[in-house]
Design a protein around this ligand. Structure first.
Ligand code: F6P
Length: 365
């Protein structure tokens, strides 16, 4: 009988997930003794009755590397340790179904589980591993904020999408003599904003790691006006905040969704600049989930394929409790326990920051 490995994609989707699945399945098929299954909508497919699981063979994954999203679906709500259940009084409570999930894996003859997901999903991987499940993690996030890996797939696609948008905003800003603010994703890390600002030539780039002062932005714009340029594009991370203020957003109120939703940074900055006396028209663009959609760029497809192939090789070697990581030029295995605790933020003294300053991008400090 063939050995069985179950794949799941969890958390927010990310361009390149399908390329990981394809790489994994193709490599697994070379060994002949492995069958690959996919749990639909993360581990929900395994926990639902009847189970929602699909066989992933080379035919199923043929050509999917160019497609955004994930063919096995994903969710960033609930999960085996916090499954939302509605009580008789109509309120929701989180129930731990992890033991049941592990029992089910054993009953179904699943020999290994590969969890492709961000920091939240990898925390679940670690907890399942500690309970005895043979788990391997594959990191994914457009935010590129995991210290364990040089890059995560999806990040370069998000940067390209943000750069394309910035290029478009420049021409309309110039035509109208306007200040255009573009809000990008990235949670508490400014990688997308910083990279897109350098690539697209933003005048101002505001990231979570460097709290901004409105006065500094006004000075920078004033200098620009004196040079006869009456337009500017400002890129702001969703998690950026003023020196004396807090991030904009609210606690998610969807059942099973625990993340704080970062919303409103561009609108807040617009109001701050108006209050500081900026007289030009200001408009805001919130790129939002556009940054996570569509075709992955070549770099992300290549990185994702490497993650998929390496993940299977780790399964074959029984490297349970480890996560795939890219440390240029190698694909390596790092302990999940270490990987989940270390986030990667923009260091104020790094070369990208020095480059941004070197090409006169105002960082708001
Ligand atoms: O972590 C990836 C990410 O896209 C962040 O950049 C963003 O803040 C968040 O997910 C949005 O999540 P959701 O899909 O729940 O709106």
């Amino acid at each position: 009988m063939k050995k069985r490995v179950l794949l799941a994609t969890g958390g927010g989707d990310c361009p390149g997930l399908n390329a990981v699945i394809r790489g994994f399945v193709k490599r697994a098929h070379q060994e002949r003794e492995w069958e690959v299954l996919g749990s639909i909508q993360s581990f929900n497919g395994l926990l639902e009755e009847p189970t929602n699981i699909r066989v992933l063979d080379p035919k199923t994954v043929s050509g999917i590397h160019v497609r955004g999203g994930t063919i096995i679906g994903t969710t960033n709500k609930g999960g085996p340790f916090a499954w939302p259940v509605r009580g008789v009084d109509g309120t929701w409570e989180a129930v731990d179904r992890s033991d049941e999930m592990i029992r089910k894996c054993r009953l179904m003859g699943i020999d290994a589980v590969v969890n492709i997901g961000g920091d939240g999903s990898q925390r679940i991987s670690q907890k399942l591993f500690e309970k005895g499940l043979p788990v391997i993690g594959v990191p994914k996030t457009i935010d590129n904020d995991l210290e364990a890996t040089d890059y995560t797939f999806g990040f370069h696609t998000a940067v390209q999408i943000a750069t394309d948008a910035l290029d478009k905003l420049v021409t309309t800003a110039e035509s109208h003599n306007r200040i255009l603010i573009m809000e990008v994703m990235g949670r508490d890390a400014g990688w997308i904003a910083l990279n897109a600002s350098i690539a697209g030539g933003a005048e101002v780039c505001l990231i979570p790691e460097i709290p901004y002062s409105t006065k500094s932005i006004m000075n920078c714009l004033e200098e620009r006006f004196q040079r006869g340029k009456y337009f500017a594009v400002i890129v702001i991370s969703e998690g950026a905040k003023p020196v004396d203020g807090a991030v904009s957003g609210f606690a998610g109120n969807e059942v099973g969704y625990e993340n704080f939703r970062l919303v409103g940074a561009a609108a807040r900055l617009s109001a701050e600049l108006k209050a500081a006396g900026l007289e030009l028209d200001i408009r805001e663009t919130v790129l939002g989930h556009v940054q996570r959609g569509g075709t992955p760029v070549a770099y992300d497809r290549i990185l994702a394929a490497q993650f998929g192939v390496k993940a299977f090789e780790m399964v074959r070697n029984g490297e349970w409790g480890y996560m795939v990581a890219y440390r240029h030029p190698h694909m390596v295995a790092v302990p999940l326990s270490e990987a989940i605790n270390r986030m990667k933020f923009v260091d104020g003294d790094c070369n990208l920051i020095r480059t941004a300053r070197g090409i006169n991008i105002c960082l708001g400090d």
